[in-house]
Every structure is written in C-alpha cells, then in structure tokens.
Design a protein around this ligand. Structure first.
Ligand code: PEP
Ligand code: MG
Length: 538
C-alpha cells in the first residue's frame, strides 16, 4: 500500500481504479535518421493511429454533444488523408533525412501559415486544424500519451494538473475522484470537483508512475489522503465512513422543497453555479432556486474556433427552458488568465490575472461580445434571464456596455428577431468595484460578489499559486468589510446583492452573510442543500 497526502477540495470518499491522465505535451527534437524510408513507414503507422483516435472521438462526440459538435473530428480525419499534406511530409523526411515527428511539425506549420494567409474565412480557420492534426501525429511519434479518458468504468483521475480547457473535454460521468499534483484549492479544477460533487485532492505528493495506472485505490477527502492498493481493513473502514457520509447526504435530501429561512424568519435565495447545460440537471436535482452564475466561458473552451451565435443561442435557450422560469444569471465571457483558448490568440502576459481578460477583451473585441449578447437576448424569450459582466472596475465600462447592449437590441428589432427583458447586473470582484459600489449601484439592477477574485485582488495573492495558500485567508477582515460595504450600497440604491464566489458555500459564514443582508448565495449544486441546512439551523 502507498499513502499519499494532498489538500482536500471536497469531503467525500471514492474507491476505484486509478487512471493516469497524460497530457499531450511532448518535447520535439530534430534528429537525423539513418533510413528515411523506414521513418516514412513509422509516420504512416502514426497517421493510422491518429485516424483511429479521431474515429473514436467522433463517435463519442456525436453521442454526447451531437452531430454538429462532432463534425470537427470528421474534418480532421479528412485532412489526415489529404494527398498534398501527406506528400509534403514524406518529401520533408526524404529530402532532409529528419525524424518523422519533426517533419510533421514543420510541414504542419508551413500549411498552417499558408491557410492563415488565405482570403477565404473558412480556409483561414483551417489553419488551427492543420496544426491540431500535426500535433496529434507528432505526439504519437514522440511517444506522448493520449489526452482524455479511455476507460469503460468510472475511475480516479490522477494528473499533474488540469487546465480548464482540459476539464471541459473530460467525460465527467467517468470520474469518481480527481487527484492532482499541482493546483490550488481555489483553482477552477477545485471548482469543477465541487460542482461535480466528487472527492478531490490537489497538491498531492504522488508520483505519476506508469505502474499506478489501473491499480485499485481509495481517496479519502476527509483526511486528504490517497491510498494506492489499500490494505483490506483500511479500505473497509473508509467504505464504512463513505456509507455514513452517504447517509448524511440522504438526510439533506429531506430539505428539498423547503424554504431557505432561519427560525426567526429571515430568508435568503440559494442558487447554483453552473458551467454547462449538463450542470442544469445537478442544479435541479439539488433543488436550487435558480442559477446565480452560469460561467459562459466554458462554452468557448476546449474547441478550435469561436462558438457561433446560433450555437450559443441554443445553449442559453436550453438552460433557460430547463430551468422552467427560475432565474438564470448568465455571466458574459470571462476568458483570459487561467482560462485560455488558443483561437483567441491572446498575447502571453507577465501577469495574466491582472491582464487582458474578461470584459476588457469584450470591450476591445466587440464582435465577440456582440455575438454573445445577441444570443443571450434572443434566448431570453425562453425563461427568466439575467446577465452580468465580470471584472468591472468603473462606471465608464458599464455605460459603454449599456451602449453596446442597446445597439444589439436595436439591431435585433430591425431584423424582426424577438428578444425578452434581461435583468442586468455586474460582478463585484475587484476591490475598485467594491469601493465605488455606491456609484455602480445606480447603474445596474443587481450585484453578484465574486469572492474568488475579490479575495485574490484584495490580498494581492494569486488564487492559482499553491505556494501562497497559507497566506490566502478567505475570511480576511478586508474581504468581509468589502462584502458588507457592497451589500449596504446595493440596498441603499434599491438593488439586490448576491455572492457567487466559493465563499458563499462556507457555512461558517452563513450567519455573517445573513446579518449583512445578502439576498442570494449562489453555490455549486453539491452545496445547495448544505447551505439550506445552515440557514434553517440558525
Ligand atoms: C469569482 O471570482 O468569485 C467568480 C465567481 O468567478 P470565477 O471563479 O469564475 O473567476
Ligand atoms: Mg471571477
């Protein structure tokens, strides 16, 4: 038995087989080969393997996301059969005598540049695809592992770290628990684990040994431990603890349908945070009063190109319809920092959390913003929609946003496209917004406090930096005062104020929030009933 320790993100126990998640990262080297024809043969084998991978991905995507989403894998498959591309790679190996992985890479880059310089938008967009397929084949040649999970049974995922763009691609129904070597308890990996309601450990002192793949293991989220090949008595003890936890969970189920009200009659809304259409089921199952934060940027992650207005419209429409009239607060695109998608071609920055992200991108690349706003306003006909804007620091930004929104509405009206009323608010997640919340409150219909970023910026502590976790104090008086001040200013202006950061689920603060007059707490679906219990126990 091997015992490893990590920081627990969610209390719970999961037992199952380990699955070593390998990134597609690999080091590409240029080498001379003795026999170019044999190297061409190796290339051909790798190409065929890539084709089979794409076939599997296509089938999986059709089942899970539909034909349209799956199409990209079909396009890649066709590109891998393209005569010009294949001849160019073979020629590169023959004429220069380099290794196949290197030849694939340089040829891919050459073709990508050629596509990028074309006038036709469709062909331009193929530039990213040719890089993608080249990377896939070069990765196989360089011995990199396959990304994603290829397993018939649910597993405990063991990884170095997971970027948000990777987590969106993972099939969540196949994960029992997440264990990473890196990551902080405030990272989006942690948020994902909470939303999935599965045990997770970050900063775990586990080696990613090949031999661990497939080994039985158990994750103890209460103690922050991972046991590989656990001893029988230990496993039995943990499984008993799991049963207890399941029983406590079942007791929480009894709270479904009840109000979030204290014994002295104070009530608060408890909503859920989601990142996808699938999460709506979890929110409904947890009896959430609405969606207080739909992280819309997850629609943009893990793909090769911008989602179209139509695609987004369908997603928002589905979320709104499934929520059946309950409020859905859609947070507009919050890309940048740790949430990266290559096709945005964002510049590398020294300090990305304080950089070009969220509303700053939307206000400077308005075509992206307008597409999203059109989709949201169109979908608003199908339910009770609200929209909020992330990373706001000034009144000027809100006024600019309002101008764009009005323009988008005029455009829709002129095209005869129906749209509904959308309640409009902002996230208060910068100290600047909290400090001038009296001014900002006059401009909008609600506030939602993003305590994850508010804490990071107030304490000047990067929420991703695991070395700083001992300094990260989410209960810091400065953060609590900013929250209190924001709520007060919201109410003085006659608007409501919620909390959608992770702190909203911290039941040791539920009473503090009620005393401050917070109107809504939006938490991961798995925390909804726990927060309800905390409110009712007061
Ligand atoms: C926050 O910052 O608190 C928040 C809810 O947004 P995110 O965690 O997505 O940055
Ligand atoms: Mg934030």
């Amino acid at each position: 038995m091997v015992k490893c320790s990590g920081k627990s993100v969610l209390k719970g126990i999961a037992a199952g087989k380990l699955y070593l998640y390998r990134k597609k990262e690999f080091v590409l080297t240029q080498e001379k080969v003795g026999d170019p024809e044999a190297e061409i043969e190796r290339f051909e084998e790798a190409r065929q393997k890539a084709c089979s991978q794409l076939d599997v991905l296509y089938e999986k995507a059709v089942k899970e996301a539909g034909e349209e989403q799956a199409m990209i894998f079909d396009v890649h498959r066709i590109m891998l059969d393209d005569g010009d591309y294949l001849d160019a790679i073979r020629e590169e190996i023959r004429s220069t005598g380099v290794n196949a992985a290197y030849a694939v890479n340089v040829t891919g880059e050459r073709f990508a540049q050629m596509f990028a310089s074309m006038d036709d938008d469709y062909m331009k967009a193929r530039s990213a695809d040719v890089l993608d397929i080249s990377r896939r084949v070069a990765g196989i040649l360089a011995g990199a592992g396959e990304e994603g999970i290829v397993s018939d049974e649910p597993v405990i995922l063991l990884a170095d770290d997971l970027a948000p763009s990777e987590t969106v691609q993972i099939d969540k129904s196949r994960i029992l628990a997440l264990v990473t070597r890196e990551g902080s308890t405030n990272s989006h990996t942690a948020i994902l684990a909470r939303s999935m309601n599965i045990p997770a450990l970050v900063q775990t002192d586990v080696e990613l040994k090949e031999e661990y793949h497939g080994k039985p293991a158990v994750v103890d989220g209460f103690e922050g431990a991972l046991y590989i090949e656990p001893q029988e008595d230990l496993l039995a003890g943990l499984l008993r603890r799991k049963e207890e936890a399941d029983r406590a969970r079942a007791e929480l189920e009894m709270l479904k349908g009840l109000d979030n009200v204290t014994s002295d009659g104070r009530r608060i809304d408890v909503y859920a945070n989601i990142g996808s259409v699938e999460d709506v089921d979890r929110a409904l199952e947890a009896d959430a009063g609405g969606i207080g934060l739909f992280r819309s940027e997850f629609i943009y992650l893990g793909r090769n190109d911008f989602p179209s207005e139509e695609e987004q419209f369908e997603i928002y429409r589905e979320v709104l319809s499934r929520m059946g009239g309950k409020k859905v607060v859609i947070r507009t695109l919050d890309i940048g920092a740790d949430k990266q998608a290559d096709y945005f071609e964002l510049p590398k920055e020294e300090n990305p959390a304080m950089g070009y992200r969220a509303i700053r991108i939307c206000l400077t690349r308005q075509e992206i913003f307008r597409t999203q706003l059109r989709a949201i306003w169109r979908a608003s006909v199908y339910g009770t929609a609200a929209v909020m804007f992330p990373m706001i620091i000034s009144v000027k930004e809100i006024r600019k946003i309002r101008e764009i929104v009005e323009d988008v509405k005029r455009e829709l009206a002129a095209e005869g496209i129906p749209f509904g009323n959308v309640e409009t608010g902002i996230m208060v997640e910068t100290p600047a917004a909290a400090v001038i919340s009296d001014e900002l409150a006059k401009e909008v219909e609600f506030f939602s406090i993003g305590t994850n970023d508010l804490t990071q910026y107030t304490l000047a502590i990067d929420r991703q930096n695991q070395r700083l976790e001992s300094f990260y104090d989410a209960h810091h008086e400065a953060v609590l005062r900013l929250i209190g001040m924001t709520v007060k200013n919201a109410h003085a202006a006659g608007i409501w104020c919620g909390i959608c950061g992770e702190l909203g689920a911290d039941t040791s603060l539920t009473e503090t929030f009620l005393n401050m007059g917070v109107d809504e707490l939006s938490v991961s679906p798995s925390s909804v009933l726990g927060v309800r219990k905390a409110v009712r126990d007061l």
